[in-house]
Design a protein around this ligand. Structure first.
Ligand code: SF4
Length: 391
């Protein structure tokens, strides 16, 4: 069995008992990055103080002593909260859940927001993994991305986190930023190698609708990298991280054996999870919901419900099965067709017209390996196109 498949199997939720994973969104950021289209809000102390009690109301949906395999605090910047709010939230979650063997609790942080006091708070309440938004170690790349920190902040944050007892640390890296050269990326990858981390997420910059960076591109003020340059950088990332001992286990994620993100594997396996907070997605008891992205609505009146304003969607079985295929193909382990049939009550091949999967195989984009269906290396590079065909 491929290592990432073993890790995936180890965290498989008991589907009859409801979600065993919890996502908590903290939207506040000191400054908005130029490329960001996440559900964020500018940090102000009053909004943050009003926000945490709303999260605690939502936490009421999670049964008391719910068996929990993973918790993930994402954002925004959870560590932008003041210590008092952060402690309130950490304690409420810790007291609500019953951690299961292999439990993982991740918190995202931005380098400039990591202080010894906040790191100690996280550790004391059971957080055992921190995801640091580094993005680059090159000042020119950080400036092009509109990031609010300098490379030194990342090194300082890592020192503070390690001193607080964190051994599971992961960094986000972004590549193909405007003006970023291959030499810039080489330097970033050499720095990552020297940091000896067990997990890295590496994303190709995307120009999302409505972001400042996309507007700057439309106005001709930034020039995006072309497809060939993006591909060169993607290949370099894969090659260097593999050489550093980090196995490529998902389109954008690399880890030493056993250090995969157990929480994100829940999403890629199509399993259920509670999702709390502004703009948060949840998948509870067969229904997906997406909470409002408007902070004023989230902080407003909820009509006495434990649900903030949201949109709900129940996928029909075929749509759910196709979504499962696409999520599963994001993993280098791919999909076990027999397991898929057992879980979904129908064969993988029945979802698609006779020649659809075969055509992707003939074009060298899909392959079978160790009895599993997965993207080839070329399929990884063209994953968006493959997914459009499969959806
Ligand atoms: S720190 Fe993250 S969430 Fe906040 S603005 Fe930047 S990219 Fe968005």
């Amino acid at each position: 069995m491929l290592p990432e498949a073993a890790a995936t199997a180890a965290i498989r939720a008991d589907r009859t008992a409801g979600p065993t994973s919890l996502y908590v969104h903290v939207p506040f950021c000191i400054r908005r990055c130029a490329y960001c289209d996440f559900a964020t809000a500018p940090y102000d102390a009053d909004s943050a103080r009003a926000y945490v009690p709303r999260l605690l109301t939502e936490l009421g949906r999670v049964p008391r002593d719910a068996p929990m395999r993973t918790v993930y605090f994402g954002g925004g910047t959870p560590t932008a909260l003041e210590e008092r709010e952060l402690e309130l939230l950490l304690a409420a979650v810790r007291d609500r859940i019953a951690p299961q063997p292999g439990f993982e609790w991740t918190c995202e942080a931005n380098p400039e927001s990591v202080t010894p006091a906040k790191a100690a708070l996280l550790r004391a309440h059971g957080v055992d993994r921190v995801s640091l938004g580094a993005q680059s170690f090159q000042p020119s790349v950080l400036a092009a991305l509109g990031r609010d920190h300098a490379p030194d902040h990342v090194f300082r944050a890592l020192d503070v986190l390690r001193a607080a007892g964190f051994s599971r640390l992961t960094l986000d890296l972004m590549f193909a930023a405007p003006g970023e050269s291959v030499a810039d990326l080489e330097r970033d990858l050499a720095t990552l190698d020297a940091l000896r981390l067990d997990h890295v997420s590496a994303y190709c910059l995307t120009y999302e609708t409505g972001t400042p960076l996309t507007r700057m591109r439309a106005e001709g003020r930034v020039t995006p990298q072309d497809d060939d340059a993006e591909l060169v950088q993607y290949r370099l990332v894969r090659q260097r991280l593999a050489a550093a001992g980090l196995a490529h286990y998902e389109i954008s994620n690399y880890a030493r054996r056993g250090e995969e993100s157990r929480h994100n594997l829940v999403y890629w396996r199509g399993e259920e999870y509670f999702g709390l907070g502004l703009g948060a997605g949840s998948y509870e008891h067969g229904t997906r919901r997406t909470t409002t992205r408007l902070l004023s609505q989230y902080l407003g009146d909820w009509d006495g419900s434990p649900w903030p304003p949201h949109e709900a969607e129940t996928l029909d079985p075929a749509a759910k099965a196709r979504e499962r295929v696409i999520l599963g193909l994001r993993l280098r382990a791919g999909i076990d067709p027999h397991e898929f049939t057992r879980e979904r009550g129908g064969a993988l091949a029945d979802l698609y017209r006779d020649d659809e999967l075969e055509s992707l195989r003939r074009r060298g984009l899909l392959e079978s390996r160790e009895g599993r269906l997965r993207l080839t290396d070329r399929g990884l590079e063209l994953a968006d196109e493959v997914f459009v065909e499969l959806v």
